[in-house]
Each structure stands twice: as structure tokens, then as C-alpha cells.
Write a protein that binds this ligand. Structure first.
Ligand SMILES: Nc1nc2c(c(=O)[nH]1)N[C@H]1C(S)=C(S)[C@@H](COP(=O)(O)O)O[C@H]1N2
Ligand SMILES: [Mo]
Length: 243
């Protein structure tokens, strides 16, 4: 009787050990076979759910632009002591920053994204900005333009982003660079930026602004320029012309 009990206990021990070893091996084996892609999109950051790169709507004035990294340059021009030309890699040498910011388009959609980029102020300060400068104008490869105040760029640490949700900006989303103009409407978020011009023209109006949208572009204010009449307000059409 006693012997049978020992045999039984022995079987139970061996069986549980086998289950532990093989059971464990099976689960660890399956997780080992799935490799994490280094460029996979981040979906959550500091407990916050993010939107996806695929949640954007394509409404650019001339459609997506395909910028060649090798021939691309970003120039800093206008009222500065030393205008500069940077390659894509030059720009990336600046200190990197991250923040979660929501882009809101006047057409009624929004996306909350983890942006990674450099400070626009770090880049332009290398050019020694002259005292009369008040405004930063962004020009893009598709002929798009928009402006934001220099003080806002410096005080709010505005980013020139090269990654969204941990992934290099896709061509459709503005590769190589998009302005993260937080608390301002989407039309201030210039994509495919290839020139940053320092200006003393505070009243400069970019593409959407000339079509009647607010020049300060503040989310807290009106979408439209109050001084403009209704007939003057028209969004640019897909060819970039004002209707
Ligand atoms: N160069 C360029 N930048 C641009 C635009 C554009 O047409 N050309 N559209 C603006 C608008 S209206 C919005 S809402 C944002 C985000 O647009 P996306 O969804 O096309 O990325 O990009 C902004 N930046
Ligand atoms: Mo927009």
C-alpha cells in the first residue's frame, strides 16, 4: 500500500515538473518567434491612447510630395545675420524633443500624436536673428506657406517634427519635416518644409490665411478672419488656387 502511494506521489511530481518545463517552453517559444519591428508605430504614451498615422485625412493643396533625402536642403533665410542651408542629417544633429500634441483641422477632424523633433528656435538661432524679426514664415516644396510669431516659436518651444508615433514621417505626412504648431489650427502645421524665413511682416498671410482663415490661427479664437467678408473666405482648392 505504502509503496503504491510513493509511486503515485512520484508520478505526480514528474508530471507537474514536465508540465512546468514544457508548458513554459511552449509560451516562451511562441513569444520568441514574434519579433518586434523597430519602426512599429507607438499607440500609447504615458498612459494616453494615441491616434494612428492612418487617421489623418489627405487634403494637401497639391497632394502628397515625395522629397528625396539626398538632394533635400532646409534653408534659413530673411532677416538674419547668417543665412544657412542644412541637409536632412544636419537638422537631426540638434537636441531631440518629444511631446504629445493634438492637430485639429478646420475641416472638422483631429489626431493626437506623439511627435519627435528639434526646436525650431535652436535651428534659427544659429543664424543670429536680427532684432526687427517678429514672424517666422514656413515655405514648403508644394508652394504652401504659413507663418507664426517668433515669440510663440521661442516661448512655446515649437517643434520641427521628423517622427510621429516613433516612426519617421511618411511622405504623405510631410517627410522630412512638419511644424508642430500646438494650439493652432492644422493649416499652421506646414509639411514638407524646405525654407524657414525670418520676417518683420507680422501681417504676412500664407495659403489658407489669404483665403480668409484667421492669421493667428489660435484654436481658442475664430477660424475665420473677422475683418474679412464672407465672400472673401474661400479655402484653396486641390490645385492650390483660391476658388
Ligand atoms: N506643405 C503643406 N503643408 C500643409 C498643408 C498643405 O496642403 N501643404 N495642409 C495643412 C493642413 S490644412 C492640415 S490640417 C495639416 C495636416 O494635414 P495632413 O493630414 O495632410 O497631414 O497640414 C497642413 N500643412
Ligand atoms: Mo486643415
Amino acid at each position: 500500500m505504502k509503496r503504491n502511494l510513493f509511486v503515485f506521489i512520484g508520478i505526480v511530481i514528474v508530471a507537474s515538473a514536465a508540465l512546468l518545463i514544457f508548458g513554459f517552453e511552449e509560451t516562451s517559444g511562441s513569444s520568441n518567434s514574434v519579433k518586434k519591428l523597430p519602426d512599429a508605430e507607438v499607440k500609447e504614451y504615458e498612459g494616453k491612447n494615441l491616434s494612428s498615422i492612418n487617421d489623418f485625412r489627405e487634403n494637401s493643396i497639391k497632394g502628397p510630395q515625395y522629397v528625396d533625402e539626398k538632394s533635400y536642403t532646409l534653408s534659413v533665410t530673411g532677416i538674419v545675420k547668417t543665412p544657412k542651408n542644412y541637409t536632412y542629417q544636419d537638422v537631426l544633429k540638434n537636441q531631440a524633443y518629444r511631446k504629445v500634441v493634438k492637430l485639429r483641422c478646420v475641416e472638422g477632424w483631429s489626431v493626437e500624436i506623439l511627435w519627435e523633433g528639434i526646436l525650431i528656435s535652436d535651428l534659427i538661432e544659429n543664424s543670429e536673428i536680427l532684432e526687427t524679426a517678429t514672424t517666422v514664415i514656413f515655405h514648403s516644396v508644394d508652394g504652401y506657406a504659413t507663418s507664426i510669431p517668433l515669440k510663440y516659436v521661442i516661448d512655446r518651444k515649437i517643434l520641427l517634427a521628423y517622427k510621429m508615433n516613433g516612426v519617421v514621417l511618411p511622405p504623405e505626412r510631410g517627410f522630412p519635416f512638419q511644424v508642430v504648431a500646438e494650439d493652432k489650427w492644422g493649416y499652421k502645421w506646414a509639411k514638407w518644409v524646405n525654407e524657414i524665413e525670418l520676417s518683420d511682416n507680422y501681417a504676412y498671410r500664407g495659403t489658407w490665411e489669404s483665403a480668409g482663415f484667421s492669421n493667428d490661427g489660435d484654436l481658442s479664437g475664430s477660424k475665420y478672419e473677422e475683418k474679412m467678408s464672407k465672400t472673401e473666405r474661400n479655402a484653396p482648392d486641390s490645385a492650390g488656387r483660391i476658388k
